[in-house]
Design a binder for this molecule. Sequence first.
Ligand code: 13P
Ligand code: SF4
Length: 332
Amino acid sequence: MIDINREIFVEDLIKYGHLNQEPDPSLDLFDEIERIKKEKNAVILAHYYQEPDIQDIADYIGDSLGLAQEAAKTEADIIVFAGVHFMAETAKILNPGKKVLLPDLKAGCSLADSAPAKEFKAFRESHPDHVIISYINCSAEVKAFSDIICTSSNAQKIIESVPKEKKIIFAPDRNLGAYLNSKTGRDMVLWNGACMVHEIFSLEKITKLKIRHPKAKFIAHPECEEAVLKIADYIGSTTGLLNYTISDDAEEYIVATETGILHQMELASPGKAFIPAPPNNNCACNDCPHMKLNTLEKLYTCMKYELPELTMDPELMIRARKPIERMLQISK
Ligand code: 13P
Ligand code: SF4
Protein backbone atom coordinates (compact mmCIF):
# COMPACT_ATOMS: atom_id res chain seq x y z
CA MET A 1 0.00 0.00 0.00
CA ILE A 2 1.18 3.56 -0.68
CA ASP A 3 1.58 4.74 2.88
CA ILE A 4 0.97 8.45 2.51
CA ASN A 5 -1.41 10.35 4.78
CA ARG A 6 -1.82 7.27 6.97
CA GLU A 7 -3.50 9.22 9.78
CA ILE A 8 -5.93 10.93 7.44
CA PHE A 9 -6.79 7.52 5.98
CA VAL A 10 -7.55 6.09 9.41
CA GLU A 11 -9.73 9.13 10.24
CA ASP A 12 -11.56 8.79 6.91
CA LEU A 13 -12.31 5.13 7.49
CA ILE A 14 -13.74 5.77 10.95
CA LYS A 15 -15.77 8.77 9.81
CA TYR A 16 -16.96 7.74 6.35
CA GLY A 17 -16.26 4.00 5.99
CA HIS A 18 -14.20 4.77 2.88
CA LEU A 19 -11.27 6.95 1.82
CA ASN A 20 -12.45 10.48 1.26
CA GLN A 21 -10.11 11.00 -1.72
CA GLU A 22 -11.48 12.32 -5.01
CA PRO A 23 -9.70 10.63 -7.94
CA ASP A 24 -7.89 12.92 -10.38
CA PRO A 25 -10.72 13.97 -12.78
CA SER A 26 -8.44 13.59 -15.81
CA LEU A 27 -8.08 9.83 -15.19
CA ASP A 28 -10.03 7.23 -17.11
CA LEU A 29 -11.13 5.15 -14.12
CA PHE A 30 -11.92 2.10 -16.23
CA ASP A 31 -8.34 2.04 -17.63
CA GLU A 32 -6.86 2.74 -14.20
CA ILE A 33 -8.85 -0.01 -12.49
CA GLU A 34 -7.84 -2.49 -15.22
CA ARG A 35 -4.19 -1.49 -14.80
CA ILE A 36 -4.24 -1.83 -10.98
CA LYS A 37 -6.08 -5.14 -11.26
CA LYS A 38 -3.26 -6.63 -13.36
CA GLU A 39 -0.45 -4.99 -11.36
CA LYS A 40 -1.77 -6.33 -8.03
CA ASN A 41 -3.30 -9.61 -9.23
CA ALA A 42 -6.70 -8.48 -7.92
CA VAL A 43 -10.12 -9.81 -8.84
CA ILE A 44 -13.33 -7.74 -8.70
CA LEU A 45 -16.40 -9.70 -7.63
CA ALA A 46 -19.63 -7.73 -7.97
CA HIS A 47 -23.24 -8.37 -7.05
CA TYR A 48 -26.00 -7.63 -9.57
CA TYR A 49 -27.24 -4.76 -7.40
CA GLN A 50 -24.10 -2.69 -7.99
CA GLU A 51 -24.28 0.36 -10.25
CA PRO A 52 -23.83 -0.45 -13.98
CA ASP A 53 -20.26 0.99 -14.18
CA ILE A 54 -19.09 -1.38 -11.45
CA GLN A 55 -20.82 -4.34 -13.11
CA ASP A 56 -19.10 -3.43 -16.39
CA ILE A 57 -15.59 -3.46 -14.88
CA ALA A 58 -16.11 -6.55 -12.67
CA ASP A 59 -14.41 -9.89 -13.40
CA TYR A 60 -17.41 -11.78 -12.11
CA ILE A 61 -21.00 -10.64 -11.53
CA GLY A 62 -23.37 -12.94 -9.71
CA ASP A 63 -25.87 -13.76 -7.02
CA SER A 64 -24.80 -14.54 -3.46
CA LEU A 65 -24.14 -18.22 -4.18
CA GLY A 66 -22.18 -17.55 -7.37
CA LEU A 67 -20.09 -14.93 -5.59
CA ALA A 68 -19.29 -17.27 -2.68
CA GLN A 69 -18.36 -20.07 -5.12
CA GLU A 70 -16.16 -17.69 -7.09
CA ALA A 71 -14.49 -16.42 -3.91
CA ALA A 72 -13.82 -20.02 -2.85
CA LYS A 73 -11.86 -20.77 -6.02
CA THR A 74 -10.10 -17.51 -6.88
CA GLU A 75 -6.34 -17.49 -7.32
CA ALA A 76 -6.07 -13.70 -7.08
CA ASP A 77 -4.02 -12.19 -4.25
CA ILE A 78 -6.57 -9.46 -3.56
CA ILE A 79 -10.36 -9.84 -3.65
CA VAL A 80 -12.17 -6.56 -4.24
CA PHE A 81 -15.74 -7.14 -3.19
CA ALA A 82 -18.24 -4.81 -4.82
CA GLY A 83 -21.20 -5.76 -2.69
CA VAL A 84 -22.17 -5.46 0.96
CA HIS A 85 -20.37 -6.28 4.19
CA PHE A 86 -21.71 -9.82 4.78
CA MET A 87 -20.65 -10.81 1.24
CA ALA A 88 -17.11 -9.52 1.76
CA GLU A 89 -17.04 -11.32 5.12
CA THR A 90 -17.97 -14.59 3.39
CA ALA A 91 -15.13 -14.07 0.89
CA LYS A 92 -12.69 -13.38 3.74
CA ILE A 93 -13.84 -16.42 5.73
CA LEU A 94 -13.18 -18.57 2.66
CA ASN A 95 -9.80 -16.86 2.08
CA PRO A 96 -8.35 -15.97 5.49
CA GLY A 97 -4.88 -15.47 3.99
CA LYS A 98 -5.96 -13.07 1.25
CA LYS A 99 -6.59 -9.35 1.35
CA VAL A 100 -10.30 -8.57 0.95
CA LEU A 101 -11.25 -4.99 0.09
CA LEU A 102 -14.72 -3.44 0.24
CA PRO A 103 -15.06 0.01 -1.41
CA ASP A 104 -17.26 1.25 1.45
CA LEU A 105 -17.15 -0.46 4.84
CA LYS A 106 -20.53 1.08 5.71
CA ALA A 107 -22.25 -0.95 2.98
CA GLY A 108 -24.32 -3.07 5.38
CA CYS A 109 -27.63 -4.90 4.99
CA SER A 110 -30.95 -4.22 6.73
CA LEU A 111 -31.74 -7.93 6.67
CA ALA A 112 -28.42 -8.92 8.28
CA ASP A 113 -28.98 -6.16 10.86
CA SER A 114 -32.35 -7.66 11.77
CA ALA A 115 -30.54 -10.59 13.45
CA PRO A 116 -28.23 -9.20 16.18
CA ALA A 117 -25.76 -11.89 17.31
CA LYS A 118 -26.64 -11.72 21.02
CA GLU A 119 -30.40 -12.18 20.49
CA PHE A 120 -29.75 -14.84 17.87
CA LYS A 121 -27.56 -16.84 20.25
CA ALA A 122 -30.30 -16.73 22.92
CA PHE A 123 -32.92 -17.79 20.33
CA ARG A 124 -30.76 -20.70 19.27
CA GLU A 125 -30.21 -21.75 22.89
CA SER A 126 -33.95 -21.74 23.49
CA HIS A 127 -34.36 -24.25 20.60
CA PRO A 128 -31.55 -26.75 21.35
CA ASP A 129 -33.08 -29.55 19.27
CA HIS A 130 -33.38 -27.49 16.06
CA VAL A 131 -31.05 -27.43 13.06
CA ILE A 132 -30.20 -23.80 12.26
CA ILE A 133 -30.29 -22.84 8.59
CA SER A 134 -29.25 -19.24 8.06
CA TYR A 135 -29.60 -17.24 4.89
CA ILE A 136 -26.22 -15.89 3.83
CA ASN A 137 -27.50 -12.32 4.46
CA CYS A 138 -26.38 -12.37 8.10
CA SER A 139 -23.30 -11.43 10.11
CA ALA A 140 -20.32 -13.76 10.58
CA GLU A 141 -21.36 -14.12 14.25
CA VAL A 142 -24.80 -15.40 13.23
CA LYS A 143 -23.16 -17.72 10.68
CA ALA A 144 -20.96 -19.10 13.47
CA PHE A 145 -24.11 -19.97 15.48
CA SER A 146 -25.65 -21.74 12.45
CA ASP A 147 -25.44 -25.32 11.17
CA ILE A 148 -25.77 -24.62 7.44
CA ILE A 149 -25.85 -21.45 5.35
CA CYS A 150 -28.06 -21.08 2.28
CA THR A 151 -28.81 -18.50 -0.39
CA SER A 152 -32.01 -17.87 -2.31
CA SER A 153 -30.82 -20.11 -5.14
CA ASN A 154 -29.99 -23.21 -3.09
CA ALA A 155 -32.26 -22.84 -0.03
CA GLN A 156 -34.74 -25.53 -1.05
CA LYS A 157 -31.94 -28.04 -1.69
CA ILE A 158 -30.30 -27.20 1.65
CA ILE A 159 -33.57 -27.63 3.55
CA GLU A 160 -34.26 -30.93 1.79
CA SER A 161 -30.79 -32.16 2.84
CA VAL A 162 -31.98 -32.08 6.47
CA PRO A 163 -33.85 -35.28 7.49
CA LYS A 164 -37.65 -34.73 7.58
CA GLU A 165 -37.97 -35.57 11.27
CA LYS A 166 -35.51 -32.82 12.27
CA LYS A 167 -36.91 -29.48 13.39
CA ILE A 168 -35.43 -26.41 11.70
CA ILE A 169 -34.97 -22.74 12.52
CA PHE A 170 -34.71 -20.53 9.44
CA ALA A 171 -33.17 -17.07 9.82
CA PRO A 172 -33.15 -14.16 9.30
CA ASP A 173 -35.65 -13.57 6.43
CA ARG A 174 -39.27 -14.31 7.40
CA ASN A 175 -40.53 -13.85 3.81
CA LEU A 176 -38.03 -16.24 2.27
CA GLY A 177 -38.64 -18.62 5.19
CA ALA A 178 -42.43 -18.57 4.68
CA TYR A 179 -41.98 -19.11 0.94
CA LEU A 180 -39.69 -22.08 1.62
CA ASN A 181 -42.12 -23.54 4.15
CA SER A 182 -44.78 -23.53 1.43
CA LYS A 183 -42.38 -25.04 -1.17
CA THR A 184 -40.97 -27.80 1.05
CA GLY A 185 -43.99 -28.55 3.27
CA ARG A 186 -41.75 -28.03 6.34
CA ASP A 187 -42.81 -26.03 9.34
CA MET A 188 -39.57 -24.18 10.05
CA VAL A 189 -39.48 -21.74 12.94
CA LEU A 190 -38.82 -18.34 11.36
CA TRP A 191 -36.69 -15.50 12.66
CA ASN A 192 -38.62 -12.25 12.27
CA GLY A 193 -36.30 -10.34 9.91
CA ALA A 194 -36.79 -8.75 6.50
CA CYS A 195 -35.08 -6.73 3.78
CA MET A 196 -36.07 -3.06 3.57
CA VAL A 197 -35.90 -3.12 -0.24
CA HIS A 198 -37.96 -6.25 -0.90
CA GLU A 199 -40.68 -5.31 1.57
CA ILE A 200 -41.33 -1.96 -0.11
CA PHE A 201 -43.17 -3.20 -3.20
CA SER A 202 -46.81 -2.19 -3.48
CA LEU A 203 -49.20 -4.99 -4.41
CA GLU A 204 -51.79 -2.40 -5.47
CA LYS A 205 -49.38 -0.55 -7.78
CA ILE A 206 -48.03 -3.80 -9.26
CA THR A 207 -51.58 -4.95 -9.95
CA LYS A 208 -52.35 -1.65 -11.73
CA LEU A 209 -49.09 -1.91 -13.70
CA LYS A 210 -50.01 -5.45 -14.76
CA ILE A 211 -53.32 -4.13 -16.12
CA ARG A 212 -51.46 -1.48 -18.15
CA HIS A 213 -48.98 -4.12 -19.42
CA PRO A 214 -51.18 -7.21 -19.90
CA LYS A 215 -48.48 -9.17 -21.75
CA ALA A 216 -45.75 -8.48 -19.19
CA LYS A 217 -44.59 -11.32 -16.93
CA PHE A 218 -44.25 -10.45 -13.26
CA ILE A 219 -41.08 -11.88 -11.68
CA ALA A 220 -40.03 -11.54 -8.04
CA HIS A 221 -37.24 -12.28 -5.59
CA PRO A 222 -38.33 -14.57 -2.72
CA GLU A 223 -37.43 -11.89 -0.14
CA CYS A 224 -40.69 -10.13 -1.23
CA GLU A 225 -43.82 -10.43 0.90
CA GLU A 226 -46.17 -13.39 0.45
CA ALA A 227 -48.96 -11.31 -1.18
CA VAL A 228 -46.52 -10.09 -3.86
CA LEU A 229 -45.07 -13.58 -4.43
CA LYS A 230 -48.62 -14.99 -4.87
CA ILE A 231 -49.10 -13.06 -8.12
CA ALA A 232 -45.62 -13.78 -9.55
CA ASP A 233 -45.13 -15.77 -12.76
CA TYR A 234 -41.63 -16.68 -11.61
CA ILE A 235 -39.83 -16.49 -8.25
CA GLY A 236 -36.07 -16.83 -7.97
CA SER A 237 -32.68 -15.52 -6.91
CA THR A 238 -31.14 -12.69 -8.91
CA THR A 239 -29.39 -15.22 -11.19
CA GLY A 240 -32.64 -17.18 -11.45
CA LEU A 241 -34.55 -14.04 -12.45
CA LEU A 242 -31.93 -13.08 -15.03
CA ASN A 243 -31.86 -16.58 -16.57
CA TYR A 244 -35.67 -16.67 -16.66
CA THR A 245 -35.81 -13.45 -18.70
CA ILE A 246 -33.24 -14.91 -21.12
CA SER A 247 -34.98 -18.25 -21.70
CA ASP A 248 -38.62 -17.08 -21.49
CA ASP A 249 -40.29 -15.72 -24.62
CA ALA A 250 -42.23 -12.74 -23.20
CA GLU A 251 -41.21 -9.29 -24.37
CA GLU A 252 -41.91 -7.37 -21.17
CA TYR A 253 -41.19 -8.04 -17.51
CA ILE A 254 -42.14 -6.30 -14.29
CA VAL A 255 -39.25 -6.99 -11.93
CA ALA A 256 -39.66 -7.05 -8.14
CA THR A 257 -36.14 -6.86 -6.81
CA GLU A 258 -33.39 -4.25 -6.52
CA THR A 259 -33.09 -2.24 -9.75
CA GLY A 260 -29.37 -3.05 -10.34
CA ILE A 261 -30.30 -6.40 -11.91
CA LEU A 262 -32.04 -4.60 -14.79
CA HIS A 263 -28.62 -3.71 -16.27
CA GLN A 264 -27.72 -7.37 -16.94
CA MET A 265 -31.28 -8.15 -18.10
CA GLU A 266 -31.11 -5.33 -20.65
CA LEU A 267 -27.64 -6.38 -21.84
CA ALA A 268 -28.68 -10.02 -22.20
CA SER A 269 -32.01 -9.30 -23.94
CA PRO A 270 -31.76 -5.94 -25.73
CA GLY A 271 -35.10 -6.43 -27.49
CA LYS A 272 -37.08 -6.85 -24.27
CA ALA A 273 -38.46 -4.24 -21.86
CA PHE A 274 -37.87 -4.38 -18.10
CA ILE A 275 -40.00 -2.36 -15.71
CA PRO A 276 -38.96 -2.02 -12.05
CA ALA A 277 -41.86 -2.99 -9.77
CA PRO A 278 -43.15 0.16 -8.03
CA PRO A 279 -42.56 0.78 -4.32
CA ASN A 280 -45.39 1.84 -2.01
CA ASN A 281 -44.25 5.48 -1.95
CA ASN A 282 -42.57 7.88 -4.34
CA CYS A 283 -38.95 7.32 -3.29
CA ALA A 284 -36.41 5.18 -5.12
CA CYS A 285 -36.65 2.64 -2.29
CA ASN A 286 -36.14 -0.32 -4.60
CA ASP A 287 -32.53 0.86 -4.88
CA CYS A 288 -30.65 -0.75 -1.99
CA PRO A 289 -29.06 2.19 -0.11
CA HIS A 290 -26.31 -0.13 1.17
CA MET A 291 -25.36 -1.65 -2.19
CA LYS A 292 -25.42 1.76 -3.79
CA LEU A 293 -22.86 3.18 -1.34
CA ASN A 294 -20.20 1.63 -3.59
CA THR A 295 -19.24 3.82 -6.55
CA LEU A 296 -16.67 3.53 -9.34
CA GLU A 297 -14.62 6.30 -7.64
CA LYS A 298 -14.56 4.44 -4.32
CA LEU A 299 -13.70 1.21 -6.13
CA TYR A 300 -10.71 2.93 -7.74
CA THR A 301 -9.38 4.53 -4.53
CA CYS A 302 -9.85 1.33 -2.57
CA MET A 303 -7.82 -0.60 -5.15
CA LYS A 304 -5.17 2.09 -5.37
CA TYR A 305 -4.58 2.37 -1.60
CA GLU A 306 -5.77 -1.16 -0.67
CA LEU A 307 -8.17 0.35 1.84
CA PRO A 308 -10.68 -0.20 3.34
CA GLU A 309 -9.52 -3.73 4.05
CA LEU A 310 -11.88 -6.12 5.79
CA THR A 311 -10.28 -7.66 8.86
CA MET A 312 -11.90 -10.31 11.04
CA ASP A 313 -11.25 -12.22 14.24
CA PRO A 314 -9.45 -15.46 13.17
CA GLU A 315 -11.35 -17.58 15.71
CA LEU A 316 -14.71 -16.25 14.45
CA MET A 317 -13.65 -17.03 10.88
CA ILE A 318 -12.96 -20.66 11.79
CA ARG A 319 -16.41 -21.04 13.43
CA ALA A 320 -18.26 -19.29 10.59
CA ARG A 321 -16.45 -21.28 7.89
CA LYS A 322 -17.97 -24.68 8.73
CA PRO A 323 -21.62 -23.85 7.88
CA ILE A 324 -20.51 -22.04 4.71
CA GLU A 325 -18.48 -25.06 3.63
CA ARG A 326 -21.46 -27.32 4.26
CA MET A 327 -23.50 -25.12 1.94
CA LEU A 328 -20.83 -25.20 -0.78
CA GLN A 329 -20.56 -28.97 -0.46
CA ILE A 330 -24.33 -29.50 -0.82
CA SER A 331 -24.53 -26.99 -3.71
CA LYS A 332 -21.95 -28.75 -5.92
P1 13P B 1 -29.31 -13.14 -4.37
O1 13P B 1 -28.44 -12.36 -5.30
O2 13P B 1 -28.57 -14.29 -3.79
O3 13P B 1 -30.57 -13.54 -5.02
O4 13P B 1 -29.65 -12.21 -3.11
C1 13P B 1 -30.24 -11.00 -3.20
C2 13P B 1 -29.89 -10.07 -2.11
O5 13P B 1 -30.70 -9.46 -1.52
C3 13P B 1 -28.50 -9.86 -1.80
O6 13P B 1 -28.42 -8.93 -0.83
FE1 SF4 C 1 -29.62 -6.44 2.30
FE2 SF4 C 1 -31.92 -6.06 1.05
FE3 SF4 C 1 -29.83 -4.60 0.36
FE4 SF4 C 1 -29.91 -7.22 -0.25
S1 SF4 C 1 -31.25 -5.63 -1.02
S2 SF4 C 1 -28.18 -6.08 0.63
S3 SF4 C 1 -31.03 -8.04 1.54
S4 SF4 C 1 -30.86 -4.56 2.36
